[in-house]
Write a protein that binds this ligand. Structure first.
Ligand code: ATR
Length: 275
């Protein structure tokens, strides 16, 4: 009998996770299936319980349930605890649940391993101070940049997030406060793209050869990637690679095998290009 996994979110029909995990399972010869669950906005905990009662072995958690999953699970990895969000649930052999978060490592692996970005001596700007920004902050700091600035439309939230970090080269500010500064990597962790918008940023923030990275992705370049290109970015990357990398880390936690991500990223890019 094959082990059962799923992604839970609301909405969920658009999720690429089933396709990604099916490709990983084929590639590694793992006997598993992976479905999608439209989670109830009123009873997320009940949906998780029902999945486990049916013999489910693991869940990916997506919008809008990551914080709720964090609150539901007492047993969390250190990185999930710090992120305040859980995107991966493991059902242990004794039936207990453990929460982890693979979003941050997914982002860093895509930038560093897939694209060759070297974080050392780099000045990184993280835009946004909500759940998505908190989810990637720890892994970004571990990647070892020279400095990390968190900037947000509501400055107080960026300041609070920066103050919660026990590292010296981290600061928080509002978007206007960025004027006159330059960065080697700018990461968009705001939800502005959902409204087709870009954060209101001063011009000239990109150092020579700077990269921009949008946590979200689409079939066409995202508004933030287009902004980066217009500002002269050397590379403008969307979050498709991060999506596959966070999935690969979840897969490794569940199955003990790390799949090769490159062919899966290529498959998804190819599918998007042919639409
Ligand atoms: P998520 O889980 O996607 O991070 P969130 O916790 O609601 O969602 O946070 C959304 C983030 O995007 C916030 O940092 C928000 O800024 P505010 O704190 O000022 O609300 C940011 N955001 C959303 N729309 C934006 C826009 N049009 N311009 C700039 N920032 C935006």
């Amino acid at each position: 009998m094959s082990d059962h996994y799923a992604v839970i979110g609301n909405p969920i029909a658009h999720s690429k996770s089933p396709q990604i995990h099916a490709a990983f399972a084929r590639q590694t010869g793992q006997r598993m299936d992976y479905g999608r669950i439209l989670g109830s906005l009123e009873d997320f905990a009940g949906d998780v319980r029902a999945f486990v009662a049916d013999g489910g072995r693991g869940l990916n958690v997506t919008v809008p349930f990551k914080q709720e999953a964090w609150a539901l699970l007492a047993d969390r990895s250190e990185r999930a605890a710090a992120a305040g969000a859980v995107n991966t649930i493991l059902v242990l052999d004794d039936g207990r649940l453990r929460g982890d978060n693979t979003d941050g490592i997914g982002l860093v692996r895509d930038l560093r391993d897939n694209h060759g970005f070297d974080f050392t001596r780099q000045r990184v700007l993280l835009l946004g101070a909500g759940g998505a920004a908190r989810g990637v902050l720890g892994a970004l700091l571990e990647a070892g940049p020279a400095a990390l600035t968190i900037a947000n439309r509501t400055p107080a939230k960026a300041l609070a997030l920066a103050q919660g970090v026990a590292a010296t080269a981290v600061d928080g500010c509002g978007l206007d406060d960025l004027a006159g500064r330059a960065f080697d990597l700018i990461i968009n962790a705001t939800s502005s793209g959902l409204d087709g918008e870009v954060p209101a940023l001063p011009h000239g923030l990109l150092a020579a050869d700077a990269w921009v990275y949008d946590l979200v992705y689409g079939d066409a370049p995202t508004p933030f990637c287009r902004w980066g290109e217009a500002q002269g970015a050397a590379r403008a990357l969307d979050g498709l690679g991060m999506l596959v990398e966070q999935a690969a880390e979840s897969f490794r936690l569940w199955r003990g095998v790390r799949p090769d991500t490159a062919p899966v990223i290529a498959m998804l890019r190819g599918a998007a290009a042919s639409r």
